[in-house]
Design a protein around this ligand. Structure first.
Ligand SMILES: [Zn+2]
Length: 115
């Protein structure tokens, strides 16, 4: 009998980033952010997340671990600053390359490209 595992939490969020298993159920300090509606920004998010065949659904979110802390507004009405993009991942050890990003192209809103 494994009915106790029944998943009946339609609102529980989880992070779609590979190697990140953050779930809203386990950590209330983490917030979950939906993909932006803006096409350009959305594409950057998708590229940064590096997940193959990512299908964005209403429940697909990226957790606050992947944003630099100044982009996440704790307790704010808008949980993310405008133009915020996820840049911290397991593959860069959840840190930005020191003070100056290497090979970075900074256009409007900030775009970091890691090589
Ligand atoms: Zn995550």
């Amino acid at each position: 009998m494994e009915f106790w595992m029944k998943r009946d939490h339609p609102n529980s969020d989880f992070c779609c980033v590979p190697k990140c298993a953050m779930s809203g159920k386990f950590n209330s300090a983490i917030s979950f952010h939906h993909f932006p509606k803006d096409e350009t920004l959305r594409k950057i998010w998708i590229r940064n997340v590096r997940r193959d065949n990512l299908v964005i659904k209403r429940t697909t979110t990226v957790c606050s671990r992947h944003f630099i802390s100044t982009d996440v507004i704790q307790g704010g009405r808008q949980p993310l600053k405008e133009g915020a993009i996820p840049v911290l991942f397991a593959w860069n050890d959840y840190s930005l390359p020191a003070s100056r990003p290497i090979h970075a192209t900074i256009v409007k809103c900030k775009i970091y490209i890691f090589c």
